[in-house]
Write a new protein. Structure first.
Length: 370
């Protein structure tokens, strides 16, 4: 008789009953998966925690994260708060010996990320970082096409993305305008997009970058209040991958009617083109098109089996929770079979290293090795 894998108990730090990424993605994903159970929530205030517990049907609620991370029935701690608080909360969960799923960016900077990765290694616990673009069925399809030689040898790749289309942000995201908070165009829109690019095509050998702040004031939605912005709103990178392929990336903010996301991969025998509404491949649905030789480019349909890998998640397809759910499902499978298929803190450190290289090059005007 085969034994059923036990359920993994999850405690989520940073749950709002009315909005936010935990409510939109983590909670629906975990509820859909039979091998997970949400056993605890924490929020910034006792009242908010109590309301979230009532809304999501979770009995154990806390306003103190230390109480959540020490619960014996919590196996995995999900950290879904603003980036400046990641290190403190992740460190507490790791110190308690828990596995951790932390949203991306892992830290405010490379030092934060390295410290968390080192502590995870020390504690010998498993980690996941929210770079769920790697789990997208369309990305798996692109990988398969490349492996099968659909475009031959990859010669170059170009990526264009549009982050905030306009001159305003919602109040909850105003903290992203301050560069020191580590949650900005470079770390989020560029970070997610580049992670997918590097995951599929390999790492940078060297790069040259330019960053600029073209719109120093942003309005807060609904209030008309203007806030000074210190985070760059134009990031352009050219570089070379370790394979020798040439890379060009430009992600920008506040453009009326611009291309949301376009990623082209050009090879000796053809081209692949991946498009979406925005430069967050793990959130916005992707369309894959391709052409071989001199043929016209046409949409390519991914095999249904790729999207149906985790049948429990089928009702979430097209929603932000779908790829987060695929990451959780793969993580549980990794634990059961001793594999490592989801992006972990070591992968996050690598992406933070690329971001730091972009900052270094943009500041110095020089090409840098990555």
């Amino acid at each position: 008789m085969t034994s059923t894998p036990s359920k993994l108990g999850v405690g989520i730090i940073g749950v709002s009953p009315t909005r936010g990424w935990a409510a939109a993605a983590h909670i629906p994903a975990l509820r859909a998966l039979p091998n997970y159970e949400i056993r605890a929530l924490s929020a910034s205030s006792a009242e908010s925690a109590r309301t979230a517990g009532e809304v999501f049907g979770v009995g154990s609620v806390f306003s103190d994260h230390e109480q959540l991370v020490t619960q014996p029935d919590v196996d995995v701690v999900a950290v879904t708060v603003k980036v400046p608080h990641h290190r403190q909360l992740v460190s507490a969960a790791l110190a308690a010996g828990k596995s951790v799923y932390c949203e991306w960016p892992l830290g405010r900077d490379l030092d934060d990320a390295r410290a968390m990765a080192a502590l995870a290694d020390e504690q010998g616990v498993r980690t996941v970082v929210g770079l769920q673009g790697r789990q997208v069925p369309a990305i798996e399809f692109v990988e398969r096409l490349l492996r099968e030689g659909y475009i031959g040898e990859v010669l170059s790749t170009t990526m264009v993305g549009l982050s905030i289309p306009g001159d305003s942000v919602v109040k909850a995201n105003a903290y992203m305008l301050d560069n020191t908070n580590g949650a900005n165009l470079l770390t989020i829109a560029v970070g997610h997009s580049l992670d997918t690019l590097n995951y599929v095509l390999g790492e940078f050998a060297e790069l040259s970058a330019l960053s600029d702040l073209r719109r120093p004031l942003m309005k807060i939605d609904g209030t008309g209040e203007e806030v000074a912005k210190t985070a760059a709103d134009q990031i352009a990178v050219i570089g070379t991958l370790t394979s020798g392929a040439t890379v060009s990336v430009h992600v920008r903010e506040a453009v009326a009617g611009g291309t949301g996301f376009l990623w082209e991969i050009n090879g000796t025998d053809g081209t692949l083109r991946i498009t979406a509404d925005g430069p967050l491949p793990g959130i916005f649905p992707l369309t894959v098109a391709g052409a071989q030789g001199r043929n016209e480019i046409a949409e390519l349909i991914a095999p249904a089996a790729l999207a149906e890998k985790w049948p429990a998640l089928s009702s979430l397809e097209g929603a932000p929770a779908f790829n987060v759910g695929r990451t959780y499902a793969a993580f549980a499978a990794d634990i059961d079979n001793g594999k490592h298929t989801v992006p972990d803190f070591a992968d996050a450190v690598r992406r933070h290293e690329v971001i730091t290289a972009i900052e270094r090059s943009a500041a110095s005007g020089e090409r840098v090795k990555v």
